[in-house]
Design a protein around this ligand. Structure first.
Ligand SMILES: [Zn+2]
Ligand SMILES: [Zn+2]
Length: 231
């Protein structure tokens, strides 16, 4: 989805302990990771089971194998719960890697934020097809929430290829951005609002308009599988 110039101040990583998102008082929530109070953004509705993230947890830089593993867990559980997709069937945690900007080939003037790589195999007579050599790259040093959104986006490409969905380019990227958007929505907070706002307002005909069309269609459905069945 390499397009958006999200820039954040650099912070030291917090000492995170497990916590759950519990409302304390109206407009005040605890971070689902470290338990700190989260200043809630002015926007209103969030889906049940949302996991709030404080500024520090949302903006930790994903630059270590440990944090990448944590991110994989979080995103793949989200994909399982919300989309009904077990992404680990095609993308094991060790196939997700962080890469520096100069190894993610720039496309147009953009530095890619992420990339899904795989080989498509096909045996014509048997009609069998599958993908192999699957890897996903995430740009090094993205903040946790944005990296999660990028990972969800790339996971959709893996799912789409593995299942031979054969979507047109706009639908493919729009739906991938839908996964990224829904991941952000599941993790409310000021940073989540900002990232989602960027997606909702993007002028890009594919990543913006394609995403909004995917979102409109998804909102009419009871779930992701219904959305797919109507494409
Ligand atoms: Zn994409
Ligand atoms: Zn936190």
């Amino acid at each position: 989805m390499g397009l958006l110039s999200w820039i954040f101040g650099r912070r030291d990583p917090p000492n995170c302990v497990a916590g759950s998102a519990q409302p304390t008082a109206r407009g005040m929530m605890h971070c689902g990771k470290c338990g700190e109070i989260v200043i809630t953004p002015p926007s209103n509705e969030y889906p049940p089971g949302s996991r709030w993230l404080c500024h520090q947890c949302a903006t930790r830089r994903v630059n270590s194998a440990a944090l990448l593993a944590e991110l994989y867990e979080e995103v793949s559980h989200f994909i399982q719960d919300r989309m009904g997709v077990d992404i680990s069937l095609w993308l094991p945690p060790e196939a997700v890697l962080v890469k520096s900007a100069n190894t993610l080939v720039p496309r147009e003037q953009r530095i890619l934020l992420g990339k899904a790589k795989y080989t498509e195999n096909h045996i014509p007579i048997l009609g069998r097809r599958w993908i192999s050599n699957v890897e996903v790259y995430i740009l090094r040093e993205l903040d946790y929430l944005q990296a999660g959104s990028v990972l969800a986006h790339e996971m959709f490409h893996v799912y789409s290829a593995a299942n031979g969905l054969n979507l047109d380019h706009v639908t493919e990227e729009g739906t991938a951005n839908l996964w990224g958007y829904l991941f952000l929505r599941h993790h409310p907070g000021i940073e989540s609002d900002r990232h989602r706002e960027e997606l909702l307002k993007s002028m890009d005909p594919v990543y913006g308009a394609g995403f909004r069309k995917a979102r409109d269609n998804y909102k009419k459905c009871t779930g992701f599988q219904e959305y797919l069945s109507l494409l």
